[in-house]
Design a protein. Sequence first.
Length: 332
Amino acid sequence: MANRLCEVLGITYPVIQGAMAWTSMAPLVAAVSKAGGLGVLGSGFMPKEVIIEQIKAVRAMTDKPFAANLILDPGEQFDATLSAITEEHVPAIYMDTLGLLQYDVAKKYYEKFHEAGCKIIAKINVLQDAVVAQKAGADVIICKGVEGGGHCTKISGRILLAEAAEQIRNIPLVASGGIGNARQAAACVVAGADGIEMGTAFMATDECPVHMNVKQAILKAQDFDIVACGASTGEPSWQIRNQLAEKLLKIEAEHPQAEAAKLVQECAEGSLRIASIEGDVEEKGAVMSGQVAGLIHEIKPVKELIEGFCKEWQTWLEKSYSLYETNETFNN
């Protein structure tokens, strides 16, 4: 039986690469798509001209399907991203939301992207958004749990996927958040997922265009090294504990929320670029890794990561498990 996610998106393997600002750029996106997964351009905060440049760069490297990221928050940035994606006819739009998803807004923009020939991948953080996204016409739903890198959500990935599997019947579900090995992916399938999304795992690949210091920081990190910074701003993010993270946490512990938010924003400005481009992963740079860093042990080519992961994933799914040794045990 064909995989629903692969059928909808036109991909070989049910693996989506997470959208990471100024990290999932053309080299990584193209490599993931060429390897049979779905590469996603982290275009949510890019200027229009940069988005178009990156889309053209992906197309120069592969003719496979890929997606571009958009934050569903109408305004100047949203309009710029929307026009770039529709003008360039990107095969799929990977749509994040900052607050609860509103049906009228989702329906309006989903229709615009469908008219432009884009598949709609709705990334949701709560069950209500999954229900709204399905009603509004989404083609795929990604369920992101609190374990996922980037902005912190509030619901456990295991709970959110289980909830969505009960409510969402007609479109593929993708599990996201804290996935780093094939055993986890197999568990997600049992829980109702058609595929998985990984972000941090793809940072530790040859093709990811971040500084080697960032990749090495991910390999060295353990689960307890990942901390949430920026709660005072209303948009906390996971990052590897370093001097910058300690400074941000100290600010939030010692100042009232409004004052802390201003100081945190000033202190963290440009920190992702400083780490990713300049390689400062200690003093001023932020390494936005998810909690899954503790499961990532080596840097691999994207093709090797995806193919090896999916082969092992299938092996786990073919294993036979039982709560009881024999039917006789059950009957007793």
